[in-house]
Design a protein around this ligand. Structure first.
Ligand code: FE2
Length: 383
């Protein structure tokens, strides 16, 4: 995040002697991005974070994409997946490309290992369910509508509360940030931004574990999953400070930007990463020009693919979709509202829809295993 946070105990000066009560040293780790020219944090561990006792290649997790399909709108119903799993191993990937991997998971089980993504930042959008994410930086508590942003290399474990639960999973090969146009040169969010620093929540508490039995950390890197076993608890940090840390942004705190006539998709933008953006369609007032058409016009994604994940409410421009649906409208052909929805929207004052949009600047591919989710009639539903 573009602001500074400190938790737990840290020495007065960085890179100086910092001792435990028994006189031995805490182990300092700098976690830096972009070759130490991006944001970073400094963590103080009980044990060296390098002291693994076993390393093993667990499995190949490279994605199998379908061969080229006809260029057409796609609709995939993720409610097809009902298996109850943990938050990482149970992920079902649906769409992806070289920059982003999109899927869902129904986490009801506590992970019996820790995990880190070694390739890029992750975003978990909580569709429903609650729980906590325990990380090296401390614990975050989540609820429906929360975007949980986990920076690359963060060791974490998701512990869901009892009950049903579903998350939209967005894995990147880069870094998640708020849009640059909403930040001043110092990184502070500007007045016209749909959110401010008060809406972003880092870990609430730092829990430090000093147990010395075996703990597994699974690491995803370069298309493979690896197992690293440590002789100490990986959440052994007594303090940290810096700009790099996991955080939650509740979508309910996204303040929609509205106007007299239809406002374009960038007003919904929430995050950006390399070659894609994440936008939030939230409950909001419709356009207030007396002759306004609230439903969007037909439009061409000349150079981006558009994915919508439908969370809640009636989506004004589309029929036949359900909560948990994904639609993919590829670049190269126009898309727009379903028949009758333009007329139906005229004179409407507000919408209660909630959806997450992911626009990518390189074409997305459908994951082979996601074929059973497909509504094959969708592409002809504008007739
Ligand atoms: Fe669109």
């Amino acid at each position: 995040m573009p602001f500074y946070k400190q938790m737990g105990k840290i020495p007065r000066k960085r890179h100086t002697v910092f001792r435990k009560e028994d006189g031995s040293l805490y182990r300092e780790q700098v976690m830096g991005t972009k070759g130490f020219s991006g944001i970073q944090s400094i963590l103080y561990h009980h044990n060296p974070p390098t002291r693994m006792i076993r390393s093993e290649l667990l499995k190949d997790c490279r994605i199998q994409y379908e061969d080229q399909a006809d260029l057409a709108p796609r609709h995939l119903r993720s409610n097809y997946y009902t298996d109850l799993t943990d938050a990482v191993m149970g992920r079902h990937y649906i769409l992806g490309n070289e920059d982003v991997l999109i899927g869902v998971v129904n986490p009801t089980k506590k992970m019996d290992y820790f995990y880190r993504n070694g390739d890029g930042d992750e975003v978990l959008f909580v569709h429903y369910g609650s729980g906590k994410v325990e990380t090296t930086f401390g614990t975050l508590t989540y609820k429906p509508g929360d975007y949980i942003v986990l920076p690359i290399g963060t060791i974490y474990r998701v512990v869901p509360d009892i009950g049903e639960s579903k998350m939209l999973v967005i894995e990147t090969n880069s870094w998640i940030t708020t849009p640059k146009r909403y930040r001043n040169p110092h990184g502070q969010l500007l007045e016209h931004s749909p959110f401010c620093e008060r809406d972003f929540h880092g870990p609430e508490r730092l829990e430090t574990y000093v147990e010395t039995k075996e703990y597994e950390v699974r690491t995803k890197s370069r298309g493979f999953l690896h197992s690293h076993v440590f002789g100490h608890h990986p959440l052994d940090v007594v303090g940290w400070d810096g700009y790099l840390f996991p955080y939650i942004f509740p979508v309910e705190d996204f303040e929609p930007i509205t106007g007299r006539i239809h406002m374009p998709p960038p007003i919904h933008q929430t995050f950006e990463a390399n070659n894609f953006v994440i936008c939030s369609f939230v409950p909001r007032m419709y356009d207030y020009h007396p002759e306004a058409v609230p439903t969007p016009y037909y439009h061409s994604n000349v150079d981006s693919d558009e994915v919508l994940y439908y969370v809640k409410g009636n989506f004004m421009s589309r029929k036949g979709i359900e909560e948990g649906s994904f639609t993919l409208h590829p670049s190269g052909i126009p898309h727009g509202p379903h028949p009758g929805t333009i007329e139906a929207s005229i004179g409407k004052k507000e919408t209660f829809e909630l959806a997450v949009m992911i626009d990518t600047f390189r074409p997305l591919k459908v994951v082979k295993q996601a074929h059973p989710l497909e509504d094959k009639a969708y592409k002809y539903s504008w007739i």
